[in-house]
Design a protein around this ligand. Structure first.
Ligand SMILES: NC(=O)c1ccc[n+]([C@@H]2O[C@H](COP(=O)([O-])OP(=O)(O)OC[C@H]3O[C@@H](n4cnc5c(N)ncnc54)[C@H](O)[C@@H]3O)[C@@H](O)[C@H]2O)c1
Length: 249
């Protein structure tokens, strides 16, 4: 039986579909009790239902990661249900594909609040809990777009670079609290997010990737599992790239 997260409690934001769903299902299969956090209660319920069907424990928290009150409630509900919070995966991300001229202020705020401010808010309340219980583990999902410049992704690129900066800062500040903080930088995956992007925009990413294909979400979820597990006990402040070699070129 796999049990790399036996006895751990993990909260995953954006766990209703795509990468977050793959992480939630994998973590539960590895022994974690899982909190499925999503703005969409229907997809969130699908994920928690899948976890229950495999005989594992999960609860659903409907929340908007951009709201401080919701971030605080996520941590409080997790502790009420399971007594602690060992692992927070800040996974939610949205995309607007425009250059800086065409991006409206509203679009900028939507992307940066959802992708970056959310990680600040959820981490803030998670760190307070993790400190009290003697330690914890935070993983933030950035992107290859957090490492290189991509065309027509002004707000997304900025937010994903910011995620790495925030995570490194938290790794420094909270090492003494026994909290590890790391980042995973995925390349393109087959998820509902990429399904919304026209094929002509996706094709260059597939071509520039050494493996000439997109990842299945589970392939990236395995990288997140490594960082969440005690196998990564000496790893903090790192950005683990799982991009099929895109940023190698
Ligand atoms: N899909 C890719 O190719 C790709 C590549 C690199 C990085 N990423 C990153 O991986 C992460 C997951 O991406 P994905 O493709 O699985 O996304 P997705 O769009 O498939 O799923 C995102 C989930 O987040 C939820 N969500 C959206 N806004 C929310 C909010 N305000 N509060 C709470 N939940 C909210 C959605 O309901 C959905 O369940 C993101 O951070 C994304 O930027 C994705």
């Amino acid at each position: 039986m796999p049990n790399r997260l036996q006895g751990k409690v993990a909260a995953i934001t954006g766990a209703g579909m795509g990468l977050g769903q793959a992480i939630a299902i994998l973590f539960a299969a590895e022994g974690a009790r899982v909190v499925v956090a999503d703005i969409d209660p229907i997809t969130g319920k699908e994920t928690s239902g899948h976890i229950h069907a495999q005989g594992d424990e999960a609860i659903l928290v409907q929340m908007d990661v951009r709201q401080a009150l919701d971030a605080e409630r996520l941590v409080r509900t997790t502790v009420d249900a399971f007594g602690r919070l060992d692992i927070l995966v800040n996974n939610v991300g949205v995309q607007v594909n425009k250059d800086v001229v065409d991006t409206s202020e509203e679009e900028w705020n939507f992307v940066v609040d959802t992708n970056l401010k959310s990680m600040f808010l959820c981490s803030k309340y998670a760190v307070l809990q993790m400190r009290q219980q003697g330690g914890g583990n935070i993983i933030c999902i950035s992107s290859l777009s957090g490492l290189v410049g991509n065309g027509l992704q002004a707000s997304y690129n900025a937010s994903k670079h910011g995620v790495i900066g925030l995570a490194r800062s938290m790794a420094v500040d909270h090492a003494n609290d026994n909290i590890r903080v790391n980042v995973v930088c995925p390349g393109s995956m087959n998820t509902p997010l990429t399904e919304t992007i026209p094929e002509e925009k996706l094709a260059p990413y597939r071509e520039a990737n050494l493996m000439k294909r997109f990842a299945a979400p589970i392939e990236v979820a395995q990288a997140v599992l490594f960082l969440a597990s005690d196998d990564a006990s000496f790893v903090t402040g790192s950005a683990l790239v799982a991009d099929g070699g895109y940023t190698t070129l």
